[in-house]
Design a protein around this ligand. Structure first.
Ligand code: MG
Length: 165
């Protein structure tokens, strides 16, 4: 069995009058993330990790912010497309580990729901999708609640002896 690992990182600015969507879950909060799509920073980090594992570039290449068809896009739909891309090349996800860095709101009550959303799109068991949340101890832009960041690591597996991509 072949395995490949990928790493992803993303950050979006917090602003008023935008919904806060993380891991496909809309979270009640007075601020939301700014972006061309729905700005789901966690889903974006996971997609970049999936693409990175196969050296396929990053999500900006597939869903450029200059392309109006991705304006307000549901990042779970984009995640489905990236999943298809890796499946076409003979790979599947073994597991995901991720962390969301946000000063507020408290994300713990939403983590299970996020795992359910993401694992459903990726055709995984929720146990294969780890999502952790931490604050930035009030340090820097994240600590000042100017933005939310996410980091993700994805392990891909393939049973194809020589993988094509
Ligand atoms: Mg992003």
């Amino acid at each position: 069995m072949n395995i490949k690992i990928g790493n992803g990182y993303d950050i979006h600015r917090l602003v008023v009058d935008r919904p806060l969507i993380l891991g496909g879950v809309k979270i009640d909060h007075e601020l939301g993330l700014l972006g061309h799509s729905d700005a789901d920073v966690l889903t974006h980090a996971i997609m970049d990790a999936m693409l990175g594992a196969l050296s396929l570039g990053d999500i900006g290449h597939y869903f450029p912010p200059t392309d109006s068809q991705w304006a307000g896009a549901d990042s779970l739909v984009l995640l489905g497309k990236v999943h298809q891309l890796i499946q076409e090349r003979g790979w599947q996800i073994n597991n995901i580990d991720s962390v969301v860095v946000a000063e507020r709101p408290k994300l713990k009550p939403h983590l299970q729901n996020m795992r359910t959303q993401l694992s459903s799109v990726l055709e995984l068991e929720p146990e294969q999708v780890s999502i952790k949340a931490t604050t930035n101890e009030k340090l820097g832009p994240i600590g000042r609640e100017e933005g939310i960041a996410a980091h993700a690591v994805v392990l891909l597996a393939s049973s194809i002896p020589t993988c094509i991509y």
